[in-house]
Write a protein that binds this ligand. Structure first.
Ligand code: FES
Length: 366
């Protein structure tokens, strides 16, 4: 079996990198964008914006959004993800969403957003986003992809919103006239949350290589079994010949990886709930990624002041959380908003150093 390094997308989806932003040697693009946005919602110089072209239901609890991307946006491919940043109640949030279909052309993509319980950003997008709205987006990223050999038998295993990247890979494979068998095992909690339900039967009817198994684990009449060795044996008895592609919560991925030990190859992406952590220690480790410096900084002091006391001179203006001059991307870890007394740990999120304190294992794009 070929075991590849599992690429981890962001959202709370583990590892993270800052949103790619053009840098200018003349101006601070974060500050310029902060003020430009007050003049017009689409005026930006330091970030990329996409427009919502169409909105349609993917299930009772999920919506598919067709997006028109900006001209300088890099070409995406099936299986990749983008970060979407939105302001909710004055706070910037960033989450990753997968392309749910192969891009129809370099400037048009689709993402599918599930209205998950407790998902602040997903709920906001699900409830409020309409055609014509504008979203801040990142470049596409992610390494989940199909094997080169179109004769390779595939086993796609998805749980919950893990269906979105796998659907894009599945549609891509069918568009490439895939010759090997393709089996999809898709676990959802209920019929209401089963995405693209009407499409699976139609695709099977059109493509003889495709076999789809859906499992509704909380069906009130007949709850389906969770993934297990027995279930895998039923859906793909010749597992040793299959290339397995899996996406879902990290527990699902861990189990799937173990169950796929005999598979020909295994590639997966997992996601897990956002950590909302705070160290009990009076100081926490803070890494300044661009400077290659690691410091122990107090948890009860604004990062700006704490960095200055270490001899550093981050850009700043008002020191009151107003001008955005001190904005900096939190790559990972947690910080505390001292004005709101709230913890946040979303990766790839912009924070203001003058009103945020380090809370736990912080990595800054500084
Ligand atoms: S927001 Fe003005 S210095 Fe931080």
């Amino acid at each position: 079996m070929t075991m590849l390094q599992t690429p981890m997308p962001r959202n709370e989806r583990t590892a993270s990198a800052p949103i790619p932003r053009p840098r200018s040697q003349w101006i601070n693009t974060d500050v310029a964008d902060f003020w430009l946005a007050h003049l017009h919602p689409r005026w930006r110089i330091g970030c990329m914006l996409a427009r919502v072209c169409e909105r349609r239901a993917a299930s009772e609890d999920a919506v598919t959004l067709a997006l028109r991307m900006p001209q300088r946006w890099p070409k995406a491919r099936a299986g990749q993800h983008i970060d979407i940043s939105v302001d909710i109640d004055g706070v910037r949030h960033t989450r990753a969403y997968s392309l749910s279909a192969p891009p129809s052309d370099p400037r048009h993509i689709e993402i599918t957003i599930a209205n998950v319980a407790g998902g602040k950003v997903s709920r906001h997008l699900f409830e409020h986003l309409q055609p014509g709205d504008v979203l801040q987006i990142s470049a596409p990223y992610g390494g989940l992809c199909l094997p080169d050999n179109v004769h390779a038998p595939l086993l796609l295993l998805a749980a919950g919103s893990g269906i979105t990247p796998l659907r894009s890979l599945l549609l891509d494979a069918l568009a490439r006239d895939w010759r090997g068998a393709i089996t999809l095992g898709y676990w959802a909690q209920s019929r209401q949350s089963l995405c693209f339900a009407e499409q699976w039967a139609a695709l099977q009817a059109q493509h003889s290589v495709l076999c789809v198994h859906t499992f509704l684990t909380r069906d009130p009449v007949e709850p389906a079994p969770r993934i297990s060795a027995e279930v895998l044996t039923q859906v793909a008895p010749e597992l040793a010949e299959r290339t397995v592609l899996a996406c879902g919560p990290s527990g699902f991925i861990d189990l799937t990886r173990k169950l796929s030990a005999q598979a020909r190859a295994f590639h997966a992406e997992g996601f897990s709930p956002l950590a909302s952590t705070c160290s009990d220690s009076p100081t926490v480790r803070v890494e300044l990624r661009r400077q290659g410096v690691t410091l122990d900084l107090p948890t009860n002091q604004p990062l700006l002041a704490a960095l200055e006391s270490q001899g550093l001179q981050p850009a700043h203006g008002c020191r009151q959380g107003i001008c955005n001059t001190c904005a900096c991307h939190r790559i990972s870890g947690a910080s505390r908003d001292l004005q709101r007394d709230s913890l946040s740990a979303e990766p790839a999120t912009s924070i203001r150093l003058c009103v945020h304190a380090a809370a736990d294992g912080l990595v800054l794009d500084l």
